[in-house]
Design a protein around this ligand. Structure first.
Ligand code: GBH
Length: 502
């Protein structure tokens, strides 16, 4: 489907003039970074006393589920090669590095009866190494790798996960919070609950449609809130950092300006991400009202004695509301929403919402990823409209290719996305930083090593796992250095070095 440019322009209200070189600059204190996640880069899956995570377990027991039958056993071997990783960060000149901590490396039993010395030592080494070069660490506590032992006890379906997570969070804050000033509790709650519990696209692949997803959602949000309160009450007064939540927000653009289509967009947003963020960021707290009603209607029509998703109690709402110091947004792409056609046969309103991507938008290797014009700008706007002036970090944004260091599509994607950030800044949206996904190629979940997101390429057949900078690495470096996007800039050679002061 072809979307008229004019419509896009009028709806997002920006100048859609052909790209002109602008002299706009990123503010001096704007943070540029890169993101990774433990299971995707560390390898060393059983080093020292580390136990299996749900992703280790999935790959070991059901290798056919992963498109190239690979696993994260070695991945980028960052467990041993973190010094090279930090050297790459210095080459790029980034201000901050977002990475995640593997729960099963810190607490091999999942529960907090025993803390792994080796696990703590590893993350201490990473933190100290980045800080040595003035790169600020940002830690994600949970990026999808639950200890399998906790999954055996129900994982996010067991309400005790709230305490288990808070106990784990205490160990993380306690050990690293003296040096780490930004924490993210959960990465992409919707992907944890929808993909992992409500379908088969992420571990633990439970496929308990709706019911599993909703139980997970409530427990996860409560776990987040408990960890936030713990940080806020006990650690922040001494350590002085901040703690937040990171969620995937895709742009949803109405196909026409009609009321019906705008309503469909709102519903789409509610089901895709706002059901996880309204309880935290909205004024009244709790789940979106309309979503609750629609789920209740469907539940009744399907013969359930009660709704599949009840709202939080008033006490819980108050406990959850306001528990994030910033909005972490992972953003990749978006859709054009065409309308909403309720159907008696579907279990969820979400699947009744018509959506499409324009065939003219460049397509990445990941099937779901296209370069939608202005998508990051649209997403940032929607967040600000919904929740007001909350500080925002773009905690992930990136593009997948196959192997090869000439990654012009990635260059285009990043330039456009950063242009969107400048547009958002111009309008007073409080974007504090931008973390590109990813520093290097890594284990892309069910897609294994077939989709490459890195500034640095890795040949996973090479035992040395040598990291080689792509063209995009040089472009990102130049943007960070000059704080502006120069569309004419081309690297003279592909030889990397570390600039003075890094
Ligand atoms: C992230 O997931 C993960 O955090 C990261 O680990 C992963 O490697 C990376 O991205 C690349 O996949 O709403 O229109 O944007 C992103 C998963 C898949 C979430 C697509 C949103 C719907 C499309 N995203 N999904 S859209």
């Amino acid at each position: 489907m072809k979307i008229p440019v004019l419509l896009l322009c009028s709806v997002v209200a920006v100048t859609c003039a052909v790209k002109v070189k602008r002299s706009r600059r990123f503010p001096k204190h704007f943070i540029f970074g890169t993101s990774t996640a433990a299971h995707q880069i560390e390898g060393a899956w059983d080093a020292d006393d580390k136990s299996e995570s749900i992703w280790d377990f999935l790959a070991h027991n059901n290798p056919g589920a992963i498109s190239d039958q690979s696993n994260g056993d070695i991945a980028c071997d960052s467990y041993h090669k973190y010094k090279r990783d930090v050297e790459m960060m210095r080459e790029l000149g980034i201000d901050s590095y977002r990475f995640s901590v593997a729960w099963s490396r810190i607490l091999p039993n999942g529960l907090a009866d025993r803390v792994s010395e080796a696990g703590i030592a590893y993350y201490n080494n990473v933190i100290d190494e980045v800080l040595k070069y003035n790169i600020q660490p940002m830690i994600t506590l949970y990026h999808w790798d639950l200890p399998q032992k906790l999954q055996d006890m129900g994982g996010f379906l067991n309400p005790l996960i709230v305490d288990w997570f808070a106990d784990y969070a205490r160990v993380v804050f306690d050990n690293f919070g003296d040096r780490v000033k930004t924490f993210i509790t959960f990465n992409e709650a919707a992907q944890v609950c929808h993909d992992g519990y409500g379908s088969v696209t992420k571990a633990p692949m439970l496929n308990i449609t709706d019911v599993g997803e909703f139980i997970c959602a409530k427990n996860l949000i409560l776990a987040h809130a408990k960890a936030y309160h713990l940080y806020n009450d006990e650690f922040k007064p001494v350590q002085g950092g901040s703690c937040g939540f990171a969620i995937a927000v895709g742009a949803a653009q109405p196909v026409t300006d009609s009321k019906e289509v705008h309503h469909a967009v709102e519903l789409f947003n509610q089901f895709q991400w706002a059901m996880y963020t309204d309880p935290i960021f909205s004024k009244d707290g709790g789940f979106p009202k309309e979503l609750l009603e629609l789920v209740a209607q469907k539940s009744a029509a399907q013969g359930y004695p009660r709704t599949k998703l009840s709202d939080f109690t008033e006490e819980e709402k108050a406990y959850i509301r306001g528990t994030s110091d910033f909005f972490g947004v992972n953003h990749y792409t978006g859709v054009i929403v065409t309308g909403w056609k309720p159907a008696a046969t579907s279990s969820m309103a979400y699947v009744e919402i018509g959506r499409t991507q324009d065939k003219d938008w460049p397509q990445a290797v990941s099937y779901w990823l296209r370069q939608m014009p202005k998508s990051l700008y649209i997403a940032l706007n929607v967040i600000q409209k919904r929740y007001g002036d909350v500080p925002i970090y773009v905690t992930e944004n990136g593009w997948s290719t196959r192997e090869g260091i000439e990654d012009d599509e990635r260059v285009d994607y990043y330039r456009d996305a950063l242009e969107d950030v400048l547009d958002a800044l111009d309008e007073g949206i409080d974007v504090r930083g931008y973390y590109a996904w990813s520093l290097m190629d890594n284990f892309e979940w069910l897609a294994g090593y077939t989709e490459r997101f890195g500034f640095y390429e890795i040949n996973f057949d090479d035992p040395e796992l040598t990291r080689i900078p792509r063209k995009s690495a040089f472009i990102y470096k130049q943007i960070i250095k000059t704080r502006e996007i120069d569309y004419d800039y081309q690297p003279e050679s592909y030889v990397m070095s570390i600039d003075a002061g890094h």
